[in-house]
Structure formats: structure tokens, C-alpha cells
Design a binder for this molecule. Structure first.
Ligand code: SIN
Length: 318
């Protein structure tokens, strides 16, 4: 078996696959299932200051190629996740865990991070700036000034390991815009990408989900090319001290391999985890390991970021 260990900042993990925030991470039962699987670690559901029920049902649908969801950040509130992560940490002191969080209003970021800073949380905080499903709220990370403001505020309060969950970017200028902002801060990681916002899936003649007139975040195989591009370009633009968690469209070990080839240090799994359950991590690890063995790679650093691009051939006008 190849060596699948990885590191993010000074944190060491004994595998390279984990859940994406939103899937199998709502409560103690789900987090325990991921914690006791082959996953490297878990990230919690995105915690808001107060518990939230999220959007009305039906709010999630699986399709052959992926999924659509408009969950709307249902969660049990920051206090619950701080407490539950502390319990996992007490049982596994050497295993770093991720806490996902976000503010629903600009004035919520300070109290959120004051609370985290005042707790004994010693893992990594993933600040979700990309949920497409909160009714009436924009995806923050498409507003580069807002990201700058929030990170300025948050990093003044919180000095632990911090990363941001990003939406997919499509225009090269936007990759530069977000990288310029993120490079100003002492971030430990970025997680790219969240689901692609505001897609529409139709079953018969009816939208597959109810909130927002049927619009929701698209995950799974549909978005893998976007995930690869976002990992690849951000790896080129972000300073080397910022690690990358690549998330989006992972169905097989080959998908994990390709995200690492583009520069990912860790790989998140969401839609496929929802379809297959936490046993997916064992399968992905076995498949990734077999690919590495076949290629003679012993560790992830043997191929991380080593994507080859064909040389451009001149084209003549006929
Ligand atoms: C949701 O709760 O709507 C999904 C999580 C996310 O997109 O950040």
C-alpha cells in the first residue's frame, strides 16, 4: 500500500481523503461514522451562531451524475460543534479535526470567532464563504472586498489555523482577484470548490428540489472539471504556505489522484459520500493506492502538482 499520509500547515493526517462540509457531519452519530472510517479526519457541518433548521424539504436530490442541494445550512449551532469536537479530540489527541463555520450577517463574524478563540479548540477552522443556498444571501466569496473585510476582522481575533471554503471561479481574472486577497493573510488552507451555485435539475416536468424556485448547488461528476481547474490555478497563484483541500466530483480513486496532480494536499468527498456512506473512504484509498503502485509513486509528493500540459503546436490557416 502506498503512503497516503499528508499535512496541512503543521497538522499531520494518516490519509488524504475526508468529508466535505455538509455531508455526514451534522451530529455525533454522523461524525462518529466518519471518524471511525478510513477518512483522514472530518469537518463538521457549517456551524452558525445559533442552531438552524435550514431550508424546507425537498432540499436535496441525487442524480445519476451527481446531486443538487439547497440545504440552507441546517446545523446544531456553534456551541454544539465546539463541544462535540472537544470530545473527539479528548479521545484522539493526535488527530486534527476541522470545524466549519460562517456568519449569516456581517456582524456575526466577530462573535463567532471570539467564541472559537475563547474555547479550547485546537484544530483547523474552515470559514465557509461560499454557501449558495441561504435565501436572500449572496455567496460571499464572489465579493472580493467583503472577503478582505471579513478576513481582516477574523484574523484580528483568531490566531489558530484558519482556512476558507471557496465557490468555483470561472473567469481567470477572478482567480487573480481572490488569490490577491487571500495572499494578504496568514491562512493555513483553502478548500476549493463548494457546490456550483444555482443550478436546476428537472425530474419529469418538476424541479427536483423546492427552495429558491428549484435552484441549488450542483455537486458530483458535473463539477469535477471545475474543481480540477480551481485547484490547479489557485495552487499556481496562492503562496506556498497556503495548503489546498480539493473538493468536487470525486467518485473514484482516479478523481482523487487527479486533484492531487493539480496540487491538492487533501481531498474532500461530498456527493459520493452521500450516495455510498463512509465506507467510500476505504474504497477511494484502495483505488488511489493501486494507481500509485502501478505508476511507481510511493508517496503523494511524488506526483502532487505535477500535471503535464501538452506543448502548443503551431496552427496554420488553410
Ligand atoms: C448547505 O447547507 O446549503 C450546503 C452547504 C454549503 O453549500 O456550504
Amino acid at each position: 500500500m502506498a503512503d497516503l499520509t499528508t499535512a496541512i500547515g503543521g497538522f499531520h493526517f494518516d490519509n488524504t481523503v475526508m468529508n466535505g462540509a455538509g455531508v455526514w457531519c451534522y451530529d455525533e452519530r454522523e461524525l462518529t461514522a466518519v471518524d471511525t472510517s478510513a477518512a483522514a479526519t472530518f469537518v463538521t457541518k457549517t456551524a452558525t451562531l445559533d442552531p438552524r433548521a435550514g431550508n424546507p424539504n425537498p432540499r436535496m436530490a441525487a442524480t445519476e451524475l451527481g446531486s443538487i442541494n439547497s440545504m440552507g445550512l441546517p446545523n446544531k449551532g456553534l456551541d454544539y460543534y465546539l463541544d462535540i469536537v472537544a470530545q473527539f479530540h479528548a479521545k484522539n489527541p493526535d488527530k486534527p479535526y476541522f470545524l466549519s463555520t460562517t456568519g449569516l450577517k456581517p456582524e456575526e463574524f466577530t462573535p463567532l470567532f471570539q467564541k472559537i478563540a475563547a474555547s479550547n479548540f485546537s484544530g483547523l477552522v474552515e470559514l465557509n464563504l461560499s454557501c449558495p443556498n441561504v435565501v436572500g444571501k449572496p455567496q460571499i466569496a464572489y465579493d472580493f472586498d467583503a472577503v478582505d473585510r471579513i478576513l481582516t476582522e477574523v484574523t484580528a481575533i483568531y490566531h489558530g489555523a484558519l482556512g476558507v471554503k471557496l465557490p468555483p471561479y470561472f473567469d481567470l481574472v477572478h482567480f487573480h482577484n481572490i488569490a490577491d486577497v487571500l495572499n494578504k493573510f496568514d491562512l493555513t488552507f483553502v478548500n476549493t470548490i463548494n457546490s456550483a451555485g444555482n443550478g436546476l435539475v428537472i425530474k419529469d416536468e418538476t424541479a427536483a428540489i423546492a427552495p429558491k424556485g428549484g435552484l441549488g448547488g450542483i455537486g458530483g461528476g458535473y463539477i469535477k472539471p471545475m474543481a480540477l481547474a480551481n485547484v490547479r490555478v489557485l495552487r499556481q497563484l496562492l503562496k506556498p504556505s497556503i495548503s489546498i483541500i480539493g473538493t468536487g466530483g470525486v467518485q473514484t480513486g482516479r478523481d482523487v489522484f487527479e486533484l492531487i496532480l493539480c496540487g491538492a494536499d487533501m481531498v474532500g468527498v461530498a456527493t459520493q459520500l452521500g450516495k455510498e456512506g463512509p465506507k467510500v473512504f476505504e474504497r477511494l484509498s484502495t483505488e488511489l493506492s493501486a494507481i500509485m503502485d502501478a505508476k511507481g509513486y510511493r508517496q503523494l509528493s511524488d506526483f502532487r502538482g505535477q500535471l503535464r500540459v501538452p506543448a502548443e503546436q503551431p496552427v496554420t490557416v488553410h
